[in-house]
Ligand binder design. Structure first.
Ligand SMILES: [Zn+2]
Length: 367
């Protein structure tokens, strides 16, 4: 998940009491920085367009930590977290036509009705009856079962032979890095690009940027183990901005700065690096979820023809990325550092949160 969506016009609906008396376990946001793996009512089909999914594998996103830390007040206590995962369909509503019981599917972090004005323009993140609602405004995927609205538009069949763990990376991080970093940043062959932030999203941008053959890819982070992984995944140059001045080094090595600077952290200092290293005529692609305002140096940038872009992933390139995973061109399993059972998810959150100490990256939680 790349960008914060307050989506205040959409009403939260985390009512666990909707269906039946059967229960399941889920990771529920308790408010005040707390989460709990607890028993909740099992979801069921509520609308004819819904599918009920038994979760096979899910993961934890930086955005989930953002919710815990109060970055996303639109997510109310009582909501099951999680917007990524793969599962098997348990039941479909009467108007779901593309999927049936038993199908293995990728759950997209973005739900889309496919019919509203935004969906007609493939801007699914802005869907009037969807967008980023999973694990935010409705109960999410860090649970034994999840109800997925608008199933035909919001699920992707997993082709035979595609690994389930690799497929989890297609729920959010790969399309986010690709669409909001690489496509909006307009990466072209021969470009010099810089990705500020070597977390899962920055790394997804690194992997997918290489489809467009940039000549040079700088990866900037504070964590040497993440920079080492970035090198393995295709970065040509890495900079630890804690031990050296990233702006100075890039400006001295590139003459004019970088063609594309991607912000993949979401804090003022990383934004600042981007606006200082982008060359005239270049692009700043903001992927990070910001919880506070940044200092925009518009007075310096306006005359230099800088394009600034941002947004929440639309997942309109998910099918395309799935084909690259299927062919082995893209190997997202390299982003997985830890594996846990789903009922160990509280421990997994701790490991994920202490990323530098634990050398944690993407976690896989198996149900
Ligand atoms: Zn829509």
């Amino acid at each position: 998940m790349s960008s914060i969506a307050t989506q205040t016009e959409k009403k939260p609906s985390n009512d666990h009491s909707a269906k039946g008396t059967r229960t399941m376990k889920a990771l529920v946001y308790q408010g005040g920085g707390k989460i709990e793996w607890k028993e909740v009512p099992k979801p069921g089909i509520e609308k004819p367009t819904d599918a009920l999914i038994k979760v096979l594998k899910t993961t934890i996103c930086g955005t989930d930590l953002g919710i815990l830390h109060g970055k996303t007040p639109s997510c109310k206590p009582g909501t099951t977290l999680g917007h990524e995962g793969v599962g098997v369909i348990e039941e479909v509503g009467s108007s779901v036509s593309k999927f049936k019981k038993g199908d293995r599917v990728i759950i997209s972090c973005i739900s889309a009705d496919g019919t509203c004005e935004y969906c007609k323009k493939q801007m699914y993140s802005l869907c009037e009856d969807g967008g980023w609602i999973l694990g935010h405004l409705i109960n999410g995927t860090q649970a034994e079962y999840v109800r997925i609205p608008h199933a035909d538009m919001s699920l992707y069949a997993i082709p035979e032979g595609v690994d389930e763990e690799a497929a989890v990376m297609l729920s959010d991080i790969l399309p986010t890095g690709h669409e909001i970093g690489v496509i909006k940043g307009q990466v072209k062959p021969g470009d010099t690009i810089a990705i500020v932030g070597a977390g899962p999203i920055g790394m997804a941008a690194l992997l997918t940027a290489q489809f467009y053959s940039p000549a040079r890819i700088y990866m900037i982070d504070l964590d040497d183990s993440r920079l080492k992984l970035a090198k393995e995944l295709g970065a040509t140059d890495t900079i630890n901005s804690g031990s050296e001045d990233a702006v100075k080094r890039i400006m001295s090595e590139t003459k004019h700065g970088v063609d594309v600077a991607m912000e993949a952290v979401g804090i003022p200092s990383t934004w600042d690096i981007c606006q200082k290293i982008v060359r005239s005529g270049g692009n700043i692609a903001n992927i990070g979820v910001h919880g506070q305002k940044v200092d925009l140096q518009l007075q310096d940038m306006w005359i230099r023809d800088i394009t600034i872009s941002m947004g929440l992933v639309n997942t309109n390139t998910t099918s395309m990325l799935l084909k690259t995973v299927e062919s082995g061109k893209l190997e997202p399993k390299k982003l997985i550092s830890h594996r846990f059972k789903l009922n160990e998810i509280e421990k997994a959150y701790t490991v994920f949160e202490n990323a530098a100490k634990e050398k944690s990256f993407k976690m896989i939680l198996s149900n």
